[in-house]
Design a binder for this molecule. Structure first.
Ligand SMILES: *Cc1c(COP(=O)(O)O)cnc(C)c1O
Length: 380
């Protein structure tokens, strides 16, 4: 069979993934946790870093569990020999129950129907499936309402083949530092679990927090935190940078595949969105919005060439990007371009790119398509 996804990538553009930095981040996050498990969240192709090598490295470096958002990701990791608990963070649908049971994935449950379906499948396959109950405390994405939790447990808690290992919620506004909202959600969660416990429905693993909570709110760690972005070297918000020392894991590198000298008044690229003001030297990079290098970066943003910041000009196309090299002497076709990462003393981070396009780091990193080759490196 053709392995066309990888062979069709522009091989001059690579995402270098530093596993030493990744391990450092796991250790730094674990240092914040006391008697509390750590789930490494590797959804969205490990935020663009490559799900399989990252999940394997996370476990070796001490992550207790793995979190994903699709049954497909979970099944893939099982097929790659990962044996620790793998949580599917969103609720599953009944058509996925068979795979969940087959691969022994930890399902998130927020409906009676799904609980019954998994129970039936588990009994049929003679298994006892770990499941976690999701409560909606304000994100309004998934989860049962706290007011319905008791009747839900009456209906589902004793279904055969299910082991109610955990209960959790997800905050809506912690990254923004909105502690009033977050504390309300937390109280709603703890009140609800207390009521359930008093009624005889207990859940050994309580969890509510992601990276922000791991870094800032030890009082909300409970039995486990689910950390994603911090493991890749970024705090969710700049205010946290002084609280934890993380190393960026991903660098995005390319090469100048073409350079041309243009007279003043030349319009460059689709739609002529950039016009040269003088004699200018324009370079072309083999990366475009088809790689997840966002079109919003057209005429907006910088890359590093020979240790200097040079502007992105014109409209980004599917596979190519123009940069203005006029200020850079001695630049040649084949020279390295750093899009994310450092070159000499200069650094461009995924946070910088997020700022330029009014996005967030998750989007910048996770958008990098799998056709970009990932190269895994370790420091010395
Ligand atoms: C993505 C996600 C996380 C991880 O969030 P980070 O802010 O990246 O640490 C944790 N829990 C759930 C439910 C998620 O969807």
């Amino acid at each position: 069979m053709f392995q066309f996804v990888n062979t069709l990538a522009a091989s001059h553009t690579i995402a270098e993934v530093n596993l030493t930095a990744f391990r450092h981040n796991i250790i730094m996050v674990k240092k914040q946790l006391k008697n509390c498990m750590m789930m490494a969240v590797v959804k969205t192709n490990a935020y663009g870093h490559g799900i399989v090598p990252i999940a394997q490295e996370a476990i070796q470096a001490g992550a207790d569990r793995i979190g994903v958002t699709s049954v497909e990701e979970g099944s893939l990791l099982r097929q790659c020999g990962i044996h620790v608990p793998i949580h599917i963070l969103p609720p599953i649908t009944s058509s996925q129950a068979k795979d969940v049971v087959y691969h022994h994935l930890t399902a998130t449950i927020s409906s009676v129907d799904i609980a019954e379906t998994i129970s039936k499948m588990a009994v049929r396959q003679q298994k006892r499936m770990p499941v976690h109950l999701k409560l909606n405390t304000g994100l309004q994405r998934f989860g049962i309402e706290p007011n319905d939790a008791l009747s839900f447990c009456k209906a589902c808690y004793h279904l055969p083949g299910l082991s109610w290992e955990g209960i959790f919620t997800h905050f809506s506004s912690a990254d923004e530092g909105d502690w009033a909202t977050t504390e309300n959600q937390f109280h709603l969660f703890t009140q609800t679990t207390k009521k359930l416990h008093e009624a005889g429905y207990s859940f050994p693993v309580h969890h509510v927090g992601a990276s922000t909570i791991a870094i800032e709110r030890e009082d909300m760690h409970l039995d486990m935190v689910r950390t994603g972005i911090a493991l890749y070297g970024y705090t969710p918000d700049r205010r946290q940078d002084k609280l934890i020392s993380l190393n960026r894991v991903l660098s995005l590198k390319s090469k100048l595949i073409h350079i041309r000298s243009l007279p003043p008044g030349s319009s460059v690229g689709y739609g002529g969105e950039y016009v040269t003001k003088a004699n200018e030297k324009i370079g072309v990079l083999p990366i475009g919005h088809g790689d997840g290098f966002k079109r919003l970066l057209s005429n907006n943003g910088l890359v590093l060439v020979k240790g200097q910041c040079v502007p992105i000009i014109g409209t980004i196309s599917l596979d190519q990007t123009f940069v203005n090299l006029t200020a850079i002497p001695n630049v040649h076709e084949g020279d390295e371009v750093v899009i994310v990462g450092s070159q000499h003393e200069q650094i461009i981070s995924a946070r910088d790119i997020a700022d330029w396009i009014h996005s967030n780091i998750d989007e910048v990193l996770a958008s990098l398509m799998s056709r970009i080759k990932r190269v895994y490196v370790n420091d010395g």
